[in-house]
Design a protein around this ligand. Structure first.
Ligand code: PHE
Length: 373
């Protein structure tokens, strides 16, 4: 190849050989750049056309253009072959045996108690309530004294409390610590009322779901069970607010508008006045209890206006701040809504029971899609 007469057939042979042996798409791209890139050998040749005499150009131009054409055609052909090879390789490695049995359905399910707690959090979040928590190992002051249940109060006996051996200090930071009173497993979620009022400025709107413990066991009682507490503290709160909140909550929870509530005067040391709330139900042809209407009544909730003494025990002025509280059993709500009849099965961990009553992890309760889908 001389300076002014490049050996085009030779160049073509060399480039075609390089294209031929290119092992992959990257190697081929390197050959393309070497030949047709901005400074490629063929590109350089094309540039020489500008400096040629018209006669010379007439003979040289077809050769150089022809070279460019042949090289691009060879590149295209090789690229198609390489891409095809890549595809074939993938198809060969991604074989699907259509005769295989379908995959096993997903194991594991959401326990009805967790599902109901999520449903309750969703319903109350929509009403502006935050979720609060407290320890399951409580001291006497939070579980009883601050809730207006003094030491000699018969309500303490009614609670069937599990006490720790006295003198054990399991956590610190409460006024009761140091007075020698034994720690206990909280008997209700009401101590979270105290923990919230002593750590947070009103206005307060919280729900507190969690585990509670009483020494009690039969078809409707287990030593560990779940409660949810509600607390609202603000100015000028009345029983009317309590009634509306509970009605709105139970209608959303049972997903029906014909939920009828009956407020029955009752007594709790930490609320004054207090009311137990019954919900109306009827019996269907299969003998099952169906919530709605006012044929029969069952008790579902304890509630009332927060006792002035409780507000004062939390260092708030009861003349400024009032509120209501309520508490109910989560397990009980789950049984009523989803039709289980033995509470003990909730805690047996029997996979057959969980498969039957459990929820899919994808079944996240939302107000728009239904809280109990
Ligand atoms: N703590 C009460 C119980 O466990 C329920 C309750 C809560 C009643 C709040 C009134 C207000 O029975």
């Amino acid at each position: 190849m001389t300076e002014d007469k490049p050996d085009i057939p030779q160049l073509k042979e060399d480039l075609c050989a390089a294209i031929d042996v290119a092992a992959g798409l990257e190697g081929l791209e390197a050959v393309r750049v070497h030949a047709l890139g901005k400074n490629g050998v063929v590109t350089q040749l094309l540039k020489t056309l500008g400096g040629m005499s018209p006669e010379e150009r007439q003979t040289e131009a077809p050769k150089i253009q022809g070279l460019r054409h042949d090289i691009s055609a060879a590149l295209d052909e090789k690229r198609a072959a390489l891409e095809e090879a890549v595809l074939q390789e993938r198809l060969a490695s991604e074989v699907q045996d259509m005769s295989l049995p379908p995959p096993e359905p997903l194991m594991g399910s959401i326990h009805p108690v967790s599902q109901v707690m999520d449903e309750l959090a969703e319903i109350f979040a929509d009403l502006g309530f935050a979720v609060a928590t407290g320890p399951e190992i409580e001291d006497d002051w939070h579980n009883f004294t601050a809730l207006n249940i003094p030491e000699s109060h018969p309500a303490r006996a009614m609670h069937d409390t599990f006490y720790f051996p006295s003198g054990q200090q399991l956590h610190s930071g409460s006024p009761a610590n140091g007075d020698g009173a034994p720690m206990l497993l909280r008997t209700h979620t009401s101590p979270v009322q105290i923990r919230t009022m002593t750590s947070q400025e009103p206005p307060i709107r919280i729900i507190a779901p969690g585990r509670t413990y009483r020494s009690d066991s039969d078809a409707t009682h287990t030593p560990m069970f779940h409660q949810i507490e509600g607390l609202v503290i603000d100015r000028d709160i009345t029983m009317g607010h309590l009634k509306w909140t509970l009605e709105t909550f139970l209608k959303a929870f049972f997903e029906r508008d014909d939920v009828v509530l009956r407020f029955r005067p009752s007594y709790f040391p930490f609320t004054e006045p207090s009311a137990e709330v019954d919900v109306g139900y009827s019996i269907d042809d299969k003998g099952r209890q169906v919530i709605g209407g006012a044929d029969h009544w069952m008790e579902v909730l304890g509630s009332g206006m927060v006792n002035r003494r409780v507000i004062a025990a939390c260092d708030l002025d009861p003349d400024t701040w009032q509120g209501f509280a309520f508490g109910t059993g989560v397990d009980r709500l789950a049984m009523l809504k989803y039709g289980m009849d033995d509470l003990r099965a909730f805690f047996d961990g029997d996979l057959r029971w969980l498969r039957h009553y459990g929820f899919s992890a994808l079944d996240v309760p939302t107000l728009s899609a239904g809280v109990g889908a």
